[in-house]
Design a protein around this ligand. Structure first.
Ligand SMILES: CC(C)(COP(=O)(O)OP(=O)(O)OC[C@H]1O[C@@H](n2cnc3c(N)ncnc32)[C@H](O)[C@@H]1OP(=O)(O)O)[C@@H](O)C(=O)NCCC(=O)NCCS
Length: 190
């Protein structure tokens, strides 16, 4: 098994591989291939694959956003999970991100992968998205530490500090904020 940079000629296959795992019913709106290719051309060292005799068994795709690396996609083939492969791929992304002098790595986690990132020492932040029609006048009474707030035409977004990981907190915040989506973001400073 080898952990290495994905070659340009292997990128399409790697993209299909991660779609099969992360988006089997083609329900979600994942980054389309032309964007993946654009990100790859800008910084190929953030596209890492795990290969077992040239067969792809794991991937992670990262890209640069100013002073951070956004880890957009990460997946290991089911029969190869819990063997330390995900951990090794992530380490490689961290090393290469550090070489690029970036400050931190960030990602939005799928529910069932949250504990994986906690184990790799990533720190949780809650990310809340609210439709304009559900925006409240004031959020102070909810007593959360809002680190950052952004306003888009189609949504308002909050980043909330959390002291420790609590799997039930997302549902609670979803109700309190009348949010349409609440996820854990994970961050690791390099
Ligand atoms: C999440 C994923 C990439 C982890 O890859 P992996 O190769 O199985 O992870 P590793 O074997 O390196 O695991 C490292 C540690 O995390 C733990 N771990 C891995 N996945 C976990 C999970 N889903 N929940 C809890 N712990 C997990 C392992 O038990 C291991 O613990 P240890 O160090 O105490 O032995 C893989 O499970 C996967 O592809 N899942 C489906 C797609 C997905 O959720 N991708 C993430 C999108 S954000």
């Amino acid at each position: 098994m080898k952990i290495r940079k994905i070659k340009l000629r292997e990128l399409k296959e790697a993209d299909i591989f991660k779609e099969k795992i992360l988006n089997p019913e083609k329900k979600r709106r994942y980054r389309p291939y032309y964007k993946i290719l654009k990100n790859y051309k800008r910084e190929p060292s953030l596209f890492i694959g795990a290969y077992d005799k040239n067969r792809i068994i794991g991937v992670a795709f990262g890209h640069i956003i100013k002073n951070r690396i956004l880890l957009g996609e990460m997946a290991v083939l089911e029969e190869y999970r819990n063997k330390g492969i995900g951990k090794k791929i992530l380490k490689k992304i961290e090393q290469n991100s550090k070489k690029l002098n970036k400050k931190y790595i960030e990602l939005g986690a799928l529910d069932n992968a949250e504990k994986f990132y906690l184990k790799q020492n990533y720190k949780p932040i809650i990310f809340v998205q609210i439709y304009p029609k559900n925006i409240l006048k004031n959020y102070n009474h909810l007593n959360y530490k809002i680190i950052k707030e952004t306003n888009y035409v189609d949504s308002k977004r909050f980043y909330i500090e959390v002291k420790r990981y609590d799997p039930k907190l997302k549902e609670k915040i979803k109700k309190e904020f009348k949010a349409y989506d609440v996820i854990y973001l994970f961050r690791k400073y390099l």
